[in-house]
Design a protein around this ligand. Structure first.
Ligand SMILES: [Zn+2]
Length: 237
């Protein structure tokens, strides 16, 4: 038995410009190959993760890095507007994400889990949960963008390094794993962080993580998720 994403509209709601490429790009590319529409919304501008020497236009550079990879897998990209470290579940974030939901109209949202390591990731989780409810509620008005007809399902994605994440669903991304690793090279500004550029070994970590999740689920490469079970966001798959 194999789950199909055909006909779904899948939106990854991530904190920073590289997070979708790190955490859920395998699912997105597989879903696209099966006939889903895919999108990436990141909420923070990516203005704080400076390489050495620092870039004055880091947020623009990071948008370019993210957009290149989104384009490579056929994903719509929604650019974040909040300063790194400032993200909270409050009115500005909800309004931004509500407009994004009503424009993209997801049936399935992928977001960082609430237990993730970074405060922006934690805020992103809460915002995704809050707005997954609000998006189909007629009481919340967005100009020229009608409410969704149904709340989207919500899946938490894995944590960076798998720390503290207890998955309940594994997605086989074996054919797409190598491409996911290769595309991490686009995040040049992040690979250049730290002395010698060696403090951010994205490719090795992500390959290991997909292999490890694959060993748990008896495939070559897998990504791990946990569907969030709450009223109107729970689905039968
Ligand atoms: Zn992040």
């Amino acid at each position: 038995m194999r789950l199909s994403f055909a006909g779904e509209r899948i939106l990854a709601v991530m904190a920073h410009p590289d997070d979708a490429d790190l955490m859920c790009a395998g699912l997105l590319e597989r879903a696209r190959s099966e006939g889903a529409a895919i999108g990436v919304a990141y909420l923070c501008r990516g203005d704080k993760g400076q390489p050495d020497p620092p870039l004055p236009n880091l947020a623009d550079v990071r948008f370019g890095e993210a957009a290149r990879n989104a384009g490579a897998i056929g994903a719509t990209i929604i650019r974040g507007i909040f300063d790194d470290g400032s993200l909270v579940d409050g009115e500005p974030g909800r309004a931004f994400l509500l407009a994004a939901f009503r424009e993209f109209r997801p049936t399935l949202v992928i977001a960082h889990p609430p237990e993730d390591y970074h405060p922006d990731h934690q805020a992103c989780a809460q915002l995704a949960l809050s707005v997954s409810w609000m998006s189909a509620s007629k009481g919340f008005i967005t100009e020229n963008l009608p409410p969704l007809t149904q709340q989207p399902a919500l899946w938490w994605c894995d944590t960076f390094g798998m720390t503290g994440f207890d998955p309940t669903l594994f997605v086989d991304v074996s054919p797409w794993g190598p491409g996911k690793v290769d595309r991490l090279a686009s995040h040049e500004s992040q690979l250049a962080r730290g002395p010698g550029g060696s403090s951010h070994p994205f490719a090795a970590l992500v390959r290991h993580q997909m292999e490890s999740r694959g060993r748990e689920s008896l495939v070559e490469y897998a990504e791990a998720y946990r569907p969030h079970q709450t009223y109107k966001r729970t689905r039968a798959w």
